[in-house]
Ligand binder design. Structure first.
Ligand code: FAD
Length: 375
């Protein structure tokens, strides 16, 4: 044998559990780096928060905090992926201007030049908090599915439907147990189960991933052409209920207007199909829509969807990404909270580096390690 020829190492076999944006981005970047990847999802791809999010992306809104580099790296990865995948056509990628506004039945409307004409309701001027250079949006369900389709067709990712019930770490690799008695083996496993991460018995004592439920509606205005690409971060001051509420408005290129908020801590239900919206929260969002804009009043829209999703949250509001202590080859990627759609690409790319190279360079993952919760 020629001394210069290195023996060829077989590609690593990696099992990714969870078909939300974090699992799919991780599977995509692992396979692109040469791993053989099996993705296991219990229900359907992007069926949970990753399909219901507003999917607002911001370059700068995590600045001055520990997640700044993750946010900035991921914002630019979103932009390059959008070019590669024709995101403006395939999943509604679009830069937009972002305003903060105050809203309330007792607010006297003010006509400020920064408000687009469709924001004609009881709105007090706020300020411009993002430009088309610093804020953008996608349709998260389409993004996750388009990225997975590329991972399958170009990089050979295999998708399996099944509920992961446990992970066994062995000398020579990991074994993932699936309901019905099936097993999938590999050199490593990445658990990206969103708010269901702690349901795995092996993880429940290592750290806490809890859930916050957020409601969302999609309205189709009769005069959709009037709606310009302006995201609105509203603070609504109700006349009766206590305290202000913060609904967010994200008009989409489809001419629909997506509205979501606020979040409330909940028990994690058994699975994504058990997450249902509460009628009062939906009514509140639809009422505020009509206060913000006459184009969004009840008689001027048809309701396209009324849903709720659960954000995976952690005790220090930072994602958990890294190898689980005492479980060699078993990695976790969860707890992305309010910014999981923004953080998806950089989290997936960094996890792929960590699993295959032993170290992430695109983003420093040390501060997100699950070992930070070990006392
Ligand atoms: C209403 C709303 C608005 C939001 N707006 C934004 C926003 O504007 N910008 C932003 O960046 N983020 C936003 N987010 C946050 C973002 O959606 C989440 O942080 C992100 O989707 C989490 O992704 P995930 O892949 O970790 O989890 P999930 O999307 O929950 O995916 C987890 C997947 O794992 C699967 N699974 C669970 N258990 C098992 C098992 N045992 N076996 C196999 N599969 C399993 C589930 O079926 C699911 O598909 C919003 C969230 C909500 C709810």
């Amino acid at each position: 044998m020629d001394d210069n020829l290195q023996p060829h190492e077989p590609p690593k076999q990696v099992v990714v559990c969870g078909g939300g944006i974090i699992g799919v981005c991780t599977a995509y970047f692992l396979a692109k780096k040469g791993a053989r990847v099996t993705l296991i999802e219990r229900s359907s791809i992007a069926c949970a928060a990753s399909g219901k999010a507003g999917a607002f992306l911001a370059l700068h809104m995590c600045d001055d905090g520990p997640m700044s580099s993750l946010a900035r790296t991921s914002f630019s990865l979103h932009s390059s992926l959008a070019k590669e995948l024709e995101g403006s056509v395939s999943y509604g990628y679009r830069p937009l201007t972002t305003l903060s506004i105050s809203v309330g039945e007792s607010v006297l409307p003010s006509r400020s030049p920064i408000l687009p004409p469709w924001v004609d309701g009881r709105v007090k001027t706020g300020e411009i908090i993002g430009t088309t250079e610093t804020t953008a949006q996608i349709d998260p369900r389409l993004f996750t599915r388009v990225l997975l389709a590329k991972a399958v067709t170009e990089y050979g990712v295999e998708v399996v439907t099944g509920k992961v019930e446990g992970v066994v770490v062995e000398e020579e690799g990991v074994v993932v147990k699936v309901d019905g008695g099936g097993v999938v083996g590999g050199d490593a496993v990445v658990l990206a189960l969103g708010p269901w991460t702690n349901k795995l018995p092996e993880l429940c004592s290592k750290f806490r991933v809890h859930g916050k439920k957020v409601h969302c509606v999609v309205l189709e205005p009769k005069d959709g052409d009037a709606i310009t690409p302006h995201a609105l971060f509203a603070t609504y001051y109700p006349t009766q209920e206590p305290g202000p509420i913060d609904p967010d408005f994200f008009p989409r290129p489809t001419r629909d207007v997506y509205i979501c908020g606020p979040s409330v801590e909940v028990e994690i239900p058994d699975g994504p199909e058990s997450v249902s919206p509460d009628p009062e929260s939906i009514q509140m969002l639809e009422r505020v829509a009509g206060i913000v804009s006459s184009y969004l009043e009840k008689e001027n829209v048809s309701v396209k969807s009324e849903e709720a999703g659960i954000m995976p949250c952690t005790d220090d509001d930072m994602p958990i990404m890294g190898e689980v202590l005492g479980m060699k080859g078993c990695y976790v990627a969860s707890g992305h909270g309010y910014w999981g759609i923004l953080f998806g690409p950089a989290s997936g790319a960094a996890m792929a580096e960590l699993v295959l190279d032993g170290r992430a360079t695109i983003v420093d993952l040390h501060r997100f390690s699950p070992t930070r919760f070990v006392v």
